[in-house]
Design a protein around this ligand. Structure first.
Ligand SMILES: [Zn+2]
Length: 251
């Protein structure tokens, strides 16, 4: 285990180790007692843990600021395969250490089967654009109005001359929401996540929806500048994802 002796509270390592053992032993009562009381419901859904495990080993504990510490625990399955979870700890008002959030490692949210073009193919150029590493938004060839979401005719002048133009993936947060519910099986273990509605500067204020990266514990500010990155999918069956980052992070 790697620990920063300078900053690690003396009672945290023992707590984390006991927590890992409780998880591995399926001791749900002890595990739940380690959770922040107001986060129990959320935490139960936030990590994907098999019913039966062989063991647990604390890999690291690190100070992430604001009185919070990240512990990485490696769990071994019955078949000797392992996986790691990152739990974030902070001191509760009763003096005990409690888990504030849990993440599978890697923390990157997964690709969901719901990505890809609509059945009618109206947004196919958008998805093809992402495959080419470009954000493409529909635009009227007659009156130059930006059109999003995609339509067969321009909502402004009713022209059928619609085109697709490359747009710089920068904008501002128009609205956002934090999701605790695993609406798809893939999102289990990656909760909560933050979805932002981004107003694109370069596309007449068209608003596109996407996941905000590294948003655990972050409360986005309306109007905050964001930049999108196009992330390649793990395989040919999935489509690239446009994921948003707060501008302050990318500097
Ligand atoms: Zn038009």
């Amino acid at each position: 285990m790697t620990v920063d002796v300078q900053t690690l509270p003396p009672d945290l390592a023992d707590t984390v180790e006991a927590h890992g053992k409780a998880v591995a032993a399926g001791d749900n009562r002890s595990v739940l007692a380690d959770f922040m009381p107001d986060r129990i419901g959320q935490l139960i859904a936030s990590a994907d843990v098999p019913n039966r495990l062989k063991g647990a080993e604390v890999r690291s504990i690190s100070d992430v600021g604001n009185g919070r510490y990240d512990a990485v625990i490696r769990y071994t399955k019955l078949d000797d395969e392992w996986f790691e979870l990152r739990s974030r700890w902070l001191r509760f008002e009763d003096g005990s250490w409690r888990v504030f959030s849990v993440r599978n490692i890697p923390a990157t949210a997964p690709w969901m089967d719901i990505t890809g073009s609509a059945e009618d193919g109206s947004d196919q150029p958008h998805w093809d654009g992402l495959r080419d590493g470009v954000l493409r938004i529909q635009r009227c060839g007659t009156c130059r109005t930006w059109i999003w979401s995609p339509r067969p005719i321009c909502p402004s002048c009713h022209s059928f001359d619609t085109r697709w133009e490359a747009v710089e993936p920068t904008g501002t947060v128009y609205s956002w929401t934090r999701t605790w519910q695993p609406f798809t099986p893939e999102s289990t273990g990656h909760l909560p996540y933050v979805v932002v509605l981004v107003e694109l500067r370069g596309a007449g204020g068209s608003r596109v929806v996407g996941v905000l990266a590294d948003a655990d514990g972050i409360t986005p500010v309306i109007g905050a500048p964001v930049r999108g990155t196009i992330e390649a999918p793990p395989d040919e069956e999935h489509w690239p994802l446009l994921r948003w980052h707060l501008e302050s992070e990318t500097k």
